[in-house]
Unconditional design. Structure first.
Length: 306
């Protein structure tokens, strides 16, 4: 009996040992932070975007968080209605409604280029450049994504730098850009990425940004934080990254809403009537190196007097 008991005891111990060896090791606790979630909100304060971005950088790492900022009515605004974002979209809507309206300019992009050259811009809030610098100093990658075309590069960089913005230092690689334009997915015109500023040339901002990130050859960011005054632009970015691991925190910037609502088309048209002759004279004397207005006295196609 004793021998049998010893054998049974030994077998039990052996089975227990084999069971322990066959069992999977306990799962190690993950050190990775939980994945972020998409977010859509609105704010009239760039500091909110800054604080949230810095907090996300502490969680995921600054190199994995890309901050994307619009220019017009987000970082900077024109000093007057003429040549502003709201002026451009008023002209665009007016052309669709009445292509021969006397309030229409002939070739609004050419006119806007002349106005960008001649006019200054102001920051949407006094500490806008400070907020951008805080994100850069916090190790975040920060770039500009503007609907402007590359033909407006010189005036754009002039006003950004005059107002204290420098996006080269913490730009998404390559910092100096690609050196040539590229056609973004779904696009028809060259977009340009230079010194941390991505010129989308009026094309889908989401697809333009995705194409730029692909062209860079870098791993996509874990998270994109975007601020833009137009909801449509935010929607485009969220849609472009919807099926990718990159999540998007999209913030509609509302600080300039009251200025946009107060836009006075008659006042803008009157100011253009005053400015057009001297701008034409400057171009006549110095050449079209900085802007190229339609010829004086030109009439919109299809609107010639019978």
């Amino acid at each position: 009996m004793k021998i049998n008991s010893l054998i049974a005891l030994a077998l039990s111990a052996l089975i227990a040992l084999l069971s322990a060896c066959a069992a999977p090791p306990p799962a190690e606790k993950s050190t990775e932070p939980p994945p972020p979630a998409n977010l859509l909100g609105s704010t009239d304060e760039l500091q909110l975007v800054t604080e949230l971005s810095l907090d996300l950088a502490r969680t995921y790492g600054g190199e994995k968080v890309l901050v994307v900022l619009d220019i017009d009515n987000t970082l900077l605004s024109m000093e007057q209605d003429l040549g502003s974002d709201q002026w451009y979209y008023w002209q665009k809507a007016l052309e669709e409604e009445d292509p021969c309206s006397p309030l229409l300019v002939d070739d609004r992009l050419a006119v806007q280029g002349a106005l960008y050259f001649a006019s200054a811009m102001r920051p949407t809030q006094e500490d806008a450049a400070k907020q951008v610098a805080r994100m850069q100093e916090g190790g975040l990658r920060v770039i500009v994504l503007t609907a402007r075309g590359p033909g407006f590069r010189l005036a754009t960089f002039r006003e950004l730098r005059r107002n204290g913005f420098n996006f080269w230092t913490n730009a998404w690689p390559p910092q100096k850009g690609f050196g040539e334009g590229f056609i973004p997915e779904g696009g028809t015109r060259p977009a340009v990425y230079e010194d941390g500023v991505l010129f989308a040339a009026g094309q889908d901002k989401g697809l333009t940004l995705k194409s730029m990130l692909q062209k860079s050859g870098q791993p996509f960011p874990t998270l994109i934080v975007m601020a833009d005054d137009k909801q449509s632009n935010l929607n485009q970015v969220m849609q472009a990254f919807a099926w990718l691991p990159t999540q998007v925190h999209a913030w509609r910037y509302t600080r300039e809403d009251a200025v946009v609502e107060a836009f006075d088309p008659d006042k803008a048209a009157a100011l253009w009537s005053e400015l057009k002759p001297p701008l034409e004279r400057i171009e006549e004397l110095l050449g079209p190196d900085n802007y190229d207005l339609p010829p004086a006295g030109s009439v919109r196609k299809g609107c010639e007097k019978m």
